[in-house]
Design a protein around this ligand. Sequence first.
Ligand code: UDP
Length: 329
Amino acid sequence: MSILVLGGAGYIGSHAVDTLVNEGYDTVVVDSLVTGHRAAVNKQAKFYKGDILDEQFLNNVFEQEEIETVMHFAAFSLVSESMTKPLKYFKNNTAGLVNLLEVMKNHGVNQIVFSSTAATYGVPKELPITESSPTNPINPYGESKLMMEKIMGWADQAYGIKFVALRYFNVAGAKLDGSIGEAHHPETHLIPIILDTALGNRNRITIFGNDYNTKDGTNVRDYVHVLDLIDAHIAAMKYLQAGNPSNVFNLGSSNGFSNLEILQSAIKVTGVNIPYEIGARRGGDPDSLVAMSKKAREILEWTPRYEQIDTIISSAWQWHQKHPNGYGD
Ligand code: UDP
């Protein structure tokens, strides 16, 4: 039996594939390569290039392979893009999931580990955010993911397809040897942009706003190492394989770091006096997003290994130094 990783050529998916292969799982990857990189996919995994919106293609993969569990990372994930192109998000993310569930149902595959997001919560009324905090997304990206969670809930009731939705906070870092890492085009995330500036690929980093209601006025976010995140996916997969019910978990560290604290850590890790400026606020950024991840720690027995922010940033720095132009594609 195989694990099917959808979106396995992306940043988080490629780390999942690498870990699964190294832990001895038969791993099958589907990726459209629209945002993913073929070079990021561990060579021992079987690779299919195609789109989850293409039902015939997906059917073909499920016919060829004996799939036990699906890990679903294939989604668009840029908040700002989703504000101007909402239909792109509802089509690829939400309609894509409907296709996937249809194919899973037809092939008797009934376990899915799903990449959800802190963006499902919107602007939190209380911190840290727990899984029972209200979900009021403030952008189409978060809305598309919340809709996907709800659709999976109904598909569970009707067809018995069990899911674990993992609501990620800010994922960062890279495999410790720096062989795979984060490479988006265009890059919009804080840590890779800071490190790109440290490399001299950019003149400066602009910090978006310093008049938020936080310790130093810049946004506070909760960072989780990509390898810890993948550990949680494997724990979620085992949880489903053991016959447990569908569930939702936050994945974060319960520690909030401001954007300026992230910059300070990067200056320490890289030894480069990274130039920065304070710019205008970016639309749709809540003051602070910090997770309560107790539930994942208790039920999934998830034990993050790389919680120190300096460790997260130094692993990302390894990757950036070795791959100053990402995957070069
Ligand atoms: N950010 C910034 N400058 C940048 C990119 C991001 O100040 O060039 C800020 C952003 O406004 C937010 C934080 O960094 O407060 C994290 O943003 P990111 O896009 O990395 O992740 P998000 O929280 O949107 O998932």
